[in-house]
Structure formats: structure tokens, C-alpha cells
Write a protein that binds this ligand. Structure first.
Ligand code: AVJ
Length: 345
């Protein structure tokens, strides 16, 4: 389904400046943003360990809590990535010849503005940035961000896509050299096979010579890693617990979130933080919307999210497997986080 609401492009002479109306393409059926919770609950609660895809953590309350997480003293990734962009946006822009920037999971396109500023320089190899394509599942957030960006960057064509970056990579606007930015270490939420499939699909959707800018959190001291997902104020715990509230609300389930404890741990073999809820007493939970009864013994766990941490060699190897060559890597001063620029082979 496609419902462009755009128009208004290319008139050029109207208005006080050459602000170009954003175009918004909708690739998701309204109400089906992010797929089916019923299917995910049926599949996920039947496997061991029981699990749910992390996208269900981000309802309005979950998004608010995540925002709070990014401001916690223990949660370093957001600030680390922001500092790399502040320090190196010009270097990133100078290192690639893209004239379109695509941002997957753009949200408010907060951090990206630093990048866009640098890409606007007329002296870049690809010339100043011509087009920005923010991609997000949230229609409202995307429209607001698109309007703000159009005003802030006169002459920049903003072509927003309401879509799921695991489904719609093949539908990204084409035409000139693109750089796809996938920031925030969101790739760390994927399981190994999902990551491989995602990078493969991304490589398929790009032409040789096009670019990927990938943000990844790096392996570091385990104490700091665990603290980032087990903060003293308990915000991450509330964020993870909220998933049960979502299932209760959406599917009429009767989870008692208080009957679970939050158990985040570092999995040294997979090099990832594993965030689970553990049943503190035996319980029978009915999920009418999924036509399901879940019996949990004491100690049984539900995994709500993983957050994989990376090493430079691993990033290089996974990107090479998918068909990308790494051309540059930037890290923050502490070496906590990396931005990797890679070219499609
Ligand atoms: C948004 C996926 C990068 O894994 O660090 C933070 C999500 N979950 N605290 C992360 C998250 C709990 C976050 N990402």
C-alpha cells in the first residue's frame, strides 16, 4: 500500500524562502505498524526461553521510559554516539559522496541534525546534501520531524517513509548516491540470524558505491555494561516490565507485573545483555486475544530484549559477509561506541 500525500515539490518560488514541503510515503497499513502482537505472543511464549520481540516495548509509555533511560547516569551509549557525531560529523560527510541520507528508525531525527549540518557543506565530494529520507514506524513522530527538517533546511527534499526497516528496505527512494544511517546501536537488538538477514537485505537494496553508517555499542567492562541495563533508579526495570502491561492492554491478558523480578545479565558467549523477567511464584496467565494460556513455574523466565555489544573485527567481518567494505571507523574518546562507515561492494 502506498499513499503519498506529498505534492508541492519543485515550485521553488513560493513562500518566504525555498522551503520544500516534505513528502510522506506510507508503506504500513494503519493499525498494523510493526506486525502482529498476537502472532509474536503465540510464537514467543511457546519457545524456550519464552520471549517477545523488543519492538513491543515501545508503546507511548515505553518510548517515554526509553527517553528517560537515555538520560540516566549509567546509560552511556546515547551520549557517546552524540559526542562522536559532534566531533566527527564533518569527517563523516567528507568521507562519502552521498547526496541522499536515509535514516532508519529516525524518530525525532535528533542526533541526525548534526550529520545533516555537515552534509550541507558545498565543498563535499558529493556536493551538498540534496535529500533526506527519514524512515520510522511512527506516523505522527515522522510527520512532525519531517516538517521541522523542511523548515530548518531550505532546499532539502525531505521524503519521509512510514515503514518498518525490517520489511521495507527494498522500497527506499532511489535515484542518487545514498547513505543509510542506522544509529543508536539498534542493530544490537537483533538476534544473530536477524542481524545477518538485515545486513543482507540492506546490501541487496543498495547499489555498489552506496554507503552505510552504522552505530554500535562496543564490548567493555562488564560492570559498566550491566549497570547501563540495571540502573539504580529502576527505570530500565520499569521499561522492561511495561511489556507485560502492553500484552495485558492489547490482548486482554492478566499478567501481574509485580509477580516478576527483573533479571538482566551479561551473556559472555554471545556478548550481549539479556533482559528477562522471572516468575517469582507459579502462575497461570490467560491471554484471551491470542487464545492462549501460559503456565509459568517459579523461576521461569521471559526474555524481552537483548542488547548485543560489538568488536571492531566482528563488525568488519559481518559487514564483509553482507557485501560491504569498511572505509572508516570513529569512536568516542573513551572507546565505548563506534560509528562505522562502509561502502557497498
Ligand atoms: C535502543 C536498542 C539501543 O539496547 O541499549 C536500553 C534499548 N533497552 N535499555 C539498547 C535499551 C534497555 C537500547 N537500544
Amino acid at each position: 500500500m502506498s499513499a503519498g500525500t506529498g505534492g508541492g515539490r519543485g515550485t521553488g518560488s513560493s513562500g518566504p524562502s525555498d522551503v520544500v514541503e516534505p513528502r510522506v510515503e506510507v508503506l504500513l497499513d494503519p493499525g498494523h505498524a510493526g506486525g502482529s502482537l498476537v502472532e509474536d505472543v503465540r510464537r514467543g511464549f511457546g519457545s524456550a526461553p519464552r520471549q517477545l520481540p523488543p519492538k513491543w516495548l515501545y508503546d507511548d509509555e515505553g518510548s517515554r521510559l526509553f527517553d528517560e533511560i537515555t538520560r540516566l547516569p549509567e546509560y552511556y551509549p546515547t551520549e557517546a554516539e552524540r559526542s562522536i557525531l559532534a566531533e566527527h560529523a564533518e569527517d563523516i560527510a567528507a568521507a562519502c559522496d552521498a547526496s541522499t541520507v536515509v535514516e532508519l528508525g529516525s524518530g525525532t531525527s535528533d542526533k541526525t541534525r548534526t550529520l545533516l549540518d555537515a552534509f550541507r557543506s558545498p565543498s563535499r565530494p558529493g556536493g551538498p546534501l540534496r535529500r533526506f529520507v527519514p524512515v520510522d514506524v511512527s506516523d505522527g513522530t515522522l510527520r512532525e520531524a519531517a516538517a521541522m527538517l523542511s523548515t530548518r533546511y531550505p532546499g532539502l527534499a525531505v521524503e519521509a517513509v512510514v515503514g518498518d526497516f525490517t520489511l521495507h528496505l527494498g522500497d527506499l527512494p532511489r535515484g542518487d548516491t545514498r547513505m543509510v544511517a542506522f544509529l543508536g546501536s539498534t542493530i544490537g537488538n537483533f538476534y544473530v540470524e536477524e542481524r545477518r538477514a538485515f545486513l543482507g537485505a540492506l546490501a541487496d537494496s543498495l547499489d555498489p558505491g552506496e554507503w552505510l553508517l552504522l552505530g554500535t555499542d562496543l564490548v567493555k567492562d562488564v560492570g559498566r555494561l550491566v549497570a547501563a541495563y540495571d540502573d539504580a533508579a529502576g527505570v530500565t526495570e520499569r521499561f522492561i516490565r511495561n511489556a507485560l502491561v502492553v500484552v495485558n492492554r492489547e490482548l486482554g491478558a492478566d499478567f501481574d507485573p509485580g509477580a516478576f523480578s527483573y533479571v538482566p545479565f551479561w551473556d559472555p558467549r554471545m556478548e550481549r545483555i539479556d533482559m528477562r523477567l522471572r516468575a517469582e511464584e507459579p502462575q497461570v496467565v490467560t491471554v484471551p486475544g491470542a487464545d492462549l494460556v501460559v503456565e509459568l513455574a517459579t523461576g521461569e523466565e521471559i526474555r524481552l530484549e537483548i542488547s548485543t555489544k560489538f568488536r571492531r573485527e566482528g563488525i568488519r567481518a559481518e559487514l564483509a559477509d553482507a557485501g560491504f567494505t569498511v572505509t572508516d571507523t570513529w569512536t568516542d574518546a573513551a572507546g565505548d561506541f563506534a560509528l562505522t562507515l562502509a561502502r557497498r561492494d
